[in-house]
Design a protein around this ligand. Structure first.
Ligand SMILES: Cc1cc2nc3c(=O)[nH]c(=O)nc-3n(C[C@H](O)[C@H](O)[C@H](O)COP(=O)(O)OP(=O)(O)OC[C@H]3O[C@@H](n4cnc5c(N)ncnc54)[C@H](O)[C@@H]3O)c2cc1C
Ligand SMILES: NC(=O)c1ccc[n+]([C@@H]2O[C@H](COP(=O)([O-])OP(=O)(O)OC[C@H]3O[C@@H](n4cnc5c(N)ncnc54)[C@H](O)[C@@H]3O)[C@@H](O)[C@H]2O)c1
Length: 480
């Protein structure tokens, strides 16, 4: 196969890579997109979309089970596992099909299938035969599940989130290691679909929650549905003929043993940079072997190499992957003119029920940024009108503001409609709004946003805004 010489090579045909390719093409026609396995993106194949399809089924089952409290009797609820998984796969395939249509629109000559690795900063080996010489390189290789060695004891019963969406039937039981975003979303969904679920974590962590009060209420709430030990002591994992046997300390501190069909490893993801032979690219690496890069330009040092999406391990979320792909592709395309791109207010949503959301600064970041001069407003959804109406009055919202400036800093929430409330809050944070300005906005009745208003009112009442400013300008002196 002859060598290829291009202006820009993008490694990884996922979300960040596709966006980077398109952006680079605005500046030069000489761009290739290299994909190791299959196009279609993690998001559509095994990520955001199939997980939300499974969750949608679980929500239906949960609503049916709990319809009685509204006086609705739908008869015995039966979950047809095959039908559930058929629907997940059918719609997943549609989403993947949509991505593949977009890939088909990329000229065939610009698409390369094969695993890339650096030979030097400007040279890539793709598979065994092809060499690509590139003026600039965008690394957009995504991430994969990090399977901790002790979980390997589960043998053939060990699964990752990648495996679940190809199931044709639901299992009887799953033990989940890692109550992070993936563990909580998939674990709760499986539990609501009738699968016996037990979840183990470490260090008391629950999802991305950093606010201890919210973490506590989330932990209590999840434990009403399935056992979740966020600070677990697991003594042994063993594959047996019947499944995977786990020995652990139960809530009373007694040793207990339970057997499950599968062990879901959800203990985090690792960026796919280990197989890239980064040393050859002469990039400056941190202690974990990750390239140092500027998040505003995605450039690695002063090199012609850019890194975007999960591969850089900074904010492994879909919208961040797209933003970083946009910045990386544009910079690689118009090299050497490297520009900073738009970075948005941090926003995270976990699609559990109640949902978890966070935006802006965390409690700890607020305390640090404001040097302790901050206040916290809160709202417990227990008595929130619309939430009660809908039978969803569980959870807590905590909003953070800065004394003096009165500025809104950030928020965390575990509660109803968190995906929507978090957007309002993130938009306010990005606009640098004060808590008073946020309270000047309209609030309809009866809506869950009224709960947000109550939390903001609570915050406003506590914020010390400093001495009142003079109403006129006499203190400026005449003629100023
Ligand atoms: C179960 C699950 C649920 C999720 N849900 C959400 C959600 O609800 N919301 C959200 O915002 N995010 C969610 N995410 C995260 C989101 O999916 C990722 O942040 C996003 O897909 C990352 O995109 P990417 O382009 O960086 O990587 P990918 O889409 O993974 O693309 C990377 C590509 O690079 C290829 N590649 C790797 N190495 C090489 C190589 N050496 N040479 C060539 N190609 C290579 C891979 O094969 C892959 O196709 C979820 C993730 C998972 C796993
Ligand atoms: N809704 C969403 O936006 C969404 C959904 C899924 C995934 N994602 C993205 O994917 C990323 C990866 O998700 P994830 O859930 O794999 O990682 P994570 O970092 O969110 O969670 C990993 C969890 O495993 C726990 N853990 C670590 N070691 C453990 C051990 N020995 N035993 C038990 N638990 C252990 C951690 O304490 C943590 O709770 C997320 O950070 C997120 O960016 C986003």
């Amino acid at each position: 196969m002859p060598d290829r010489k291009v202006d820009v090579a993008v490694i990884g045909g996922g979300t960040a890579g596709m966006v980077a390719y398109r952006q680079a093409r605005k500046h030069t026609e000489s761009v290739v997109l290299i994909e190791a396995e299959q196009f279609g993106t993690t998001c559509a194949r095994v990520g955001c979309m199939p997980s939300k399809l499974l969750i949608a089924a679980a929500e239906s089952a949960h609503s049916a089970h709990h319809a009685q409290r509204f006086g609705i009797h739908a008869g015995p609820v039966r979950v047809d596992g095959q039908a559930v998984m058929n629907r997940v796969r059918r719609h997943r395939d549609r989403f993947v099909g949509g991505v593949l249509d977009a890939i088909e629109k990329i000229p065939e000559d610009d698409r390369i299938l094969g695993r890339a690795r650096f030979v030097d900063r400007h040279t890539l080996k793709v598979g065994e035969d092809l060499t690509v010489h590139a003026g600039r390189v965008v690394i957009a290789t995504g991430s994969r599940t990090k399977v901790l060695p002790f979980l390997e004891e589960a043998g053939s019963r060990l699964i990752t989130s990648d495996d679940i969406f190809d199931w044709s039937e639901l299992p009887e039981s799953v033990v989940v290691f890692g109550p992070g975003v993936i563990g909580l979303e998939l674990g709760q969904a499986l539990s609501r679909l009738g699968v016996r679920v037990r979840m183990f974590g470490v260090g008391g962590l629950v999802g991305p929650i950093r606010d201890p009060e919210i973490r506590q209420i989330a932990l209590e709430t999840f434990n009403q549905e399935f056992p979740l030990d966020a600070d677990s002591k697991v003594r042994e994992i063993r594959e047996t003929e019947r499944g995977v046997q786990v020995t652990f300390d139960d809530s009373d501190g007694d040793e207990a043993t339970e057997t499950f069909d599968y062990l879901l490893a959800a203990t985090g993801r690792r960026p796919n940079v280990d197989g890239l032979n980064l040393d050859a690219a002469e990039l400056e690496l941190d202690d974990d072997g990750m390239p140092l890069f500027d998040p505003y330009t995605t450039q690695c040092g002063n090199s012609p190499v850019f890194i975007a999406g999960d591969a850089n391990n900074r904010l492994p979320l879909l919208h961040e992957a797209a933003d970083e792909g946009r910045i990386a592709g544009a910079n690689a395309g118009r090299w050497p003119d490297v520009c900073t791109g738009l970075r948005r207010t941090p926003l995270t949503v976990v699609f559990t029920d109640p949902q978890i959301a966070a935006c802006g600064r965390t409690l700890q970041e607020t305390a640090e940024h404001c040097r302790g001069c901050y206040a916290v407003g809160s709202l417990n959804f227990r008595n929130q009108g619309r939430s009660r109406v809908m039978g969803k009055s569980r959870g807590l919202l905590r909003v953070y503001g800065e004394h003096g400036s009165g500025r809104f800093m950030g928020a965390e929430m575990f509660g109803p409609a968190a995906e929507h409330i978090a957007h309002l809050l993130a938009w306010s944070a990005q606009q640098h709004m004060s808590v008073d300005q946020m309270l000047d906005m309209p609030y309809y009745h009866p809506v869950i946003e009224e709960g947000l208003r109550t939390a903001l009112q609570d915050l406003a009442a506590q914020l010390k805004r400093g001495p009142e400013r003079a109403g006129d300008c006499m203190d400026c002196g005449p003629g100023a």
